[in-house]
Write a protein that binds this ligand. Structure first.
Ligand code: ATP
Length: 435
């Protein structure tokens, strides 16, 4: 598949028009690369995060959750290597003054003006800096976290002791991260404020090969469960100097976005690098004691680090479909922002009352939308465009036979179903595919 810029434009425009993603601070002219999730986007994102959370913590009895703070002790970033290593090479075009990440340039020519005159590359630290308290001096400098992972490492012993975990065990966390990217772009793909869904799995060092292989498979399968086709997913192994300073082995799960193959999630064998460094910088003993073997060691860590916003962009790209006379979003039903639209054929003769009763029952488990106006065909199209998998129409016959018409988004197939059977029928189709 060739990169398709027009598809991105259509997705961005649909997102704005239908309340999925808005440019941030729009009435003030926007803020470069910052976005807000609208009513439907917030719902979609929440479902994706819930699915990730349950897939990690509920399905694996040895993985627990954490919600650590964004602001942390500045020494953490010294220990992690972020202060000295978390840099990108920045170059400026001397002619048009555009700024680029040197490692993202395809050639020695400026993509903006065509000149071949760049400044020397300077290393630019990506961490956002601010000050704690009223005095703005170096001693009060503090950073917005550029990843959620460090919050997990510094809590590893708290979790171990309070939750009585034994290696192997994992800690999962969803939260905001901030990176002062040189060239953000491609809509919500690369932004300066974003959300990560990270899981750190603590293992005996001898288990690292087996564990990274297992997590690669589990995480790849997670995207397939989200409805992403296999042809649009691939694993990329990091070789040589692609490997981050902390990694022994690393893979990216990549997706074929409309602008080309790009990273969705990183899976890294971080060895004992992080815990060793935190042990050294904090002066606290972070060894694990295995009561059975009596061995003391620093666990290795296998990390699965996914970007929530990138998952959303991947889901939007995969779902966007144009058919002859309609545009539809083929979201997997269980993450669709609206799961069931309830439509009385007319606004009178008791049909809205049946719709009210049905809404009351179904909204306990699913995201419901009531649409009482316009022709049925137009109402269906409006729901197709925001990816609602099921529409229920209540007509005059419903009063007699206690049945409704259930219309499925992708096939447009319509079946007649008893109102009493609806709840079970939908539940089966809308629950998270956890295993
Ligand atoms: P890239 O090479 O694209 O800059 P990275 O290798 O630096 O990404 P990681 O540090 O491995 O990314 O971060 C883990 C995940 O966090 C990424 O796979 C991605 O999904 C997400 N992520 C990282 N940076 C951003 C960003 N600026 N905007 C949105 N998501 C991001």
């Amino acid at each position: 598949m060739k990169p398709d810029g027009s598809k991105m434009e259509k997705i961005v425009s649909l997102c704005k028009r239908r309340g999925i993603v808005f440019p941030s601070s729009e009435i003030y002219g926007g803020l470069n690369s910052c976005y807000d999730y609208g009513p439907l986007g917030a719902e979609l994102k929440r479902k994706v995060k819930n699915f990730w959370w349950q897939s990690m913590t509920q399905v694996h009895s040895n993985i627990v959750g954490l919600d650590s703070s964004i602001l942390m002790h500045p020494k953490i970033w010294e220990a992690s290597g972020h202060i000295s290593n978390f840099t990108d090479p920045l170059v400026d075009c001397k002619k048009c003054k555009s700024r680029f990440r040197q490692d993202h340039l395809q050639s020695d020519t400026c993509p903006n003006c065509g000149a071949k005159d760049f400044t020397e590359a300077r290393n630019f630290n990506l961490m956002f800096k601010t000050f704690m308290g009223p005095v703005e001096n170096q001693g009060n400098e503090i950073f917005l976290r550029p990843e959620t992972a460090q919050g997990i490492y510094v809590n590893y012993q708290n979790v171990l002791q309070s939750y009585r975990q034994k290696v192997p065990f994992g800690i999962a966390q969803i939260g905001k991260a901030f990176r002062n990217e040189i060239t953000p772009g491609n809509f919500i793909f690369r932004t300066r404020e974003f959300e990560q869904m990270e899981m750190q799995y603590f293992i005996h060092p001898s288990q690292d090969d087996e564990s990274i292989t297992r997590w690669k498979e589990i995480r790849f399968a997670w995207y397939e469960k989200l409805g992403i086709s296999k042809e649009n997913l691939r694993l990329h192994k990091h070789e040589g100097n692609e490997l981050a300073h902390y990694a022994k082995e690393a893979y990216d799960i990549e997706y074929q976005f409309p602008f080309g193959w790009s990273e969705l999630e990183g899976i890294h064998n971080r060895t004992d690098f992080d815990l060793q460094r935190h042990q050294k910088y904090s002066g606290k003993n972070l060894q694990y004691f295995d009561e059975q073997s009596k061995e003391k060691y620093i666990p290795y860590i296998i990390e699965t680090s996914a970007g929530c916003d990138r998952s959303i962009l991947c889901i939007l790209s995969e779902a966007y479909t144009e058919e002859e006379d309609r545009v539809l979003m083929k979201f997997a039903p269980f993450i669709a922002p609206i799961q069931v639209a309830i439509m009385p054929l007319v606004k009178k003769d008791g049909l809205p009352d049946i719709a009210d009763d049905l809404s009351k029952t179904l909204r306990k488990r699913h995201s419901i939308f009531r649409d009482d106006s316009g022709s049925i065909g137009r109402r269906y199209r409006r729901q197709d465009e925001v990816g609602t998998p099921f529409c229920i129409t209540i007509d005059y016959e419903s009063k007699e036979d206690h049945c409704v018409t259930l219309r499925e988004r992708d096939s447009m197939e319509q079946i007649r179903i008893r109102i009493d059977d609806l709840e079970n029928h939908l539940q089966e189709k809308l629950e998270f595919p956890l295993d």
